[in-house]
Design a protein around this ligand. Structure first.
Ligand code: PRT
Ligand code: MG
Length: 211
């Protein structure tokens, strides 16, 4: 049995056509069903529907053999106990530093509001900047507007969320896309089945007309 961990929303929607090309079709629609475990058209493949941040944890501990997770989530998780065999190239965006328009010059010790504490810590440390990191769970864009922080580190796709809040991007932290992750023990114990799955998904990605 192969167990694949996936999150609802953007990643699921964009992964569905790739999984379909790879020959895997979920038995139910996780977007509408309340079930958390799904059979698929293949007898030996099932899917777990999790919060995006929980996908690496399930895979690391072997509760799932494989998972689909955003690079943003993996950077925060740390990636111990995981292989990252494939970039699916879906749910693409960028992690950026953004400030209030007109406040582009940061103070020497900026206060940075973010959900991405690890990535932010590494980014400012590498730049030699001593930042005070303020952990938030959402609505980061509000922090500079109300004076909670000098800047934010957040994900940006179209840029319309930043613009709507009077913020501008000043630096890119890193590009983000969805990765296939694999449990290290499963890679040994179920090697042939895992390899077949990874190869078929890899072929589906190569055939994908999207950039
Ligand atoms: O939202 P929820 O709490 O349910 O869970 P989630 O945020 O973990 O899931 P979801 O589906 O929102 O995101 C899953 C993954 O999609 C993330 O982990 C990223 O890898 C990837 N992704 C790609 C994005 C975006 N693009 C994105 N634009 N995740 C979030 N956003 C948000 C961003 O945080 C900001 O609030 O969209 C807003 C910016 O979008 P633009 O288009 O206005 O720039
Ligand atoms: Mg979201």
């Amino acid at each position: 049995m192969l167990t694949i961990a996936i999150s609802k929303g953007r990643i699921y929607r964009e992964a569905l056509p790739l999984l379909d090309t790879a020959g895997i079709r979920p038995g139910d629609d996780p977007e509408t069903s309340r079930k958390l475990v799904f059979d698929t058209n293949l007898d030996d493949v099932r899917m777990l529907v999790l919060r995006a941040q929980d996908v690496p944890t399930f895979v690391e501990h072997g509760a799932a053999d494989l998972g689909l997770a955003g690079k943003d989530v993996l950077l925060e998780h740390g990636g111990e106990g995981l292989y990252e065999p494939l970039d699916l190239g879906i749910a693409r965006c960028r992690m950026v530093v953004a400030v209030r328009r007109g406040r582009e010059t940061l103070p020497r010790r900026p206060r940075v509001a973010t959900k991405y504490v690890e990535s932010t810590r590494r980014f400012f440390a590498a730049a030699g900047v001593q930042a005070e990191i303020i952990k938030l769970y959402g609505s980061m864009e509000l922090a500079p507007v109300v004076g909670l922080a000098d800047c934010i580190v957040d994900l940006v796709d179209t840029g319309s969320t930043l613009a709507a809040n009077g913020l501008v991007e000043v630096e890119e932290v890193c590009p983000i896309s969805t990765r296939l992750i694999a449990n290290k023990a499963s890679m040994k114990m179920k090697h042939a089945r895992m390899k077949t799955f990874i190869d078929s998904l890899s072929n589906a990605v190569a055939e994908d007309p999207a950039p």
